[in-house]
Design a protein around this ligand. Structure first.
Ligand SMILES: [Fe+2]
Length: 266
């Protein structure tokens, strides 16, 4: 598992705080309330991972902040590309950064406790690569719903555009989202495109993070590749090796991967 040094953890944290200061107007209520929220959640947020399984995205201490910075950066690029290819930019950079910055806020947990806790089952750690597991002591909620709850708890105003961008950041990988995204009636389609930009940015950043994990650091590249190969070949509780069964297992694993990357399966 990748390990960030204390300096790297603090560098990323300071970059995130600086991004808030650069994005939101000095002295504005939104900036002050955001800084209060970040101050309260600081200890937990600095060390939170972005996912729970080793082969998923940024599954390591400090992965959450790293992922958020990555999605903010990617969202700015996707936004520029969208305009460049003829799209109409109907959002501001502040709305873009705000939505990207908080799309996964629910992964930090709630007022009671953290969302990801270390997996203490040795077999699951070693065999399934589960480094972290979900904390069942906190209320079971979708990550995006918890994000919106936390923002309202701290009195941070969230526009309708930003609400939908956070809510729909997992796109169609979230079972709750077809209601908004598969409407088959132009009159009911989204009134602006920020939710698409945030979803594309999150999807792209996440895939790139997976590629980064596969490549591994130079000194443990072989170890990473062998772990990935082992994980691909796992079929829990089954010993059959028939082709059709293997396909089914792999298909389910593929679905699990997407659920973990973009969903909130508890
Ligand atoms: Fe994300």
């Amino acid at each position: 598992m990748k390990q960030l040094t204390e300096n790297q953890l603090m560098d990323n944290w300071n970059k995130l705080l600086q991004l808030i200061k650069d994005t939101f107007e000095d002295g504005s209520e939104r900036r002050e309330k955001l800084l209060k929220m970040y101050h309260d959640l600081e200890e937990r947020m600095i060390v939170a991972p972005a996912s729970g399984k080793e082969e998923y995205h940024y599954c390591y201490v400090g992965g959450y902040v790293n992922h958020v910075l990555h999605v903010c950066e990617t969202a700015l690029e996707v936004s520029k590309t969208y305009e460049k290819v003829g799209g109409h930019k109907d959002w501001t950079d502040e709305e873009l950064i705000f939505s990207a910055m908080h799309h996964d806020l629910g992964k930090v947990g709630d007022l009671v406790g953290e969302y990801y806790i270390p997996q203490d089952n040795d077999w699951r750690r070693k065999t399934l690569g589960e480094v972290f597991t979900h904390n069942t002591d906190i209320q079971n909620m979708r990550v995006t719903d918890r994000a919106l709850f936390l923002l309202q708890h701290y009195g941070v105003s969230v526009s309708l555009k930003e609400t939908l961008a956070i809510k729909l950041s997992d796109g169609l990988y979230d079972e709750a989202n077809p209601y908004y995204l598969k409407v088959f009636d132009a009159k009911r389609s989204l009134k602006n495109h920020l939710p698409y930009i945030i979803h594309w940015a999150d999807h792209m950043a996440t895939q790139a993070e997976f590629d980064e994990w596969k490549r591994g650091d130079d000194d443990n590249k072989e170890e990473m590749e062998s772990k990935l190969e082992n994980i691909k070949n796992i079929s829990v509780g089954k010993t059959e090796t028939k082709q059709e069964h293997t396909d089914e297992v792999l298909e389910n694993k593929h679905k699990d991967l997407f659920d973990e990357l973009f969903g909130d399966k508890s």
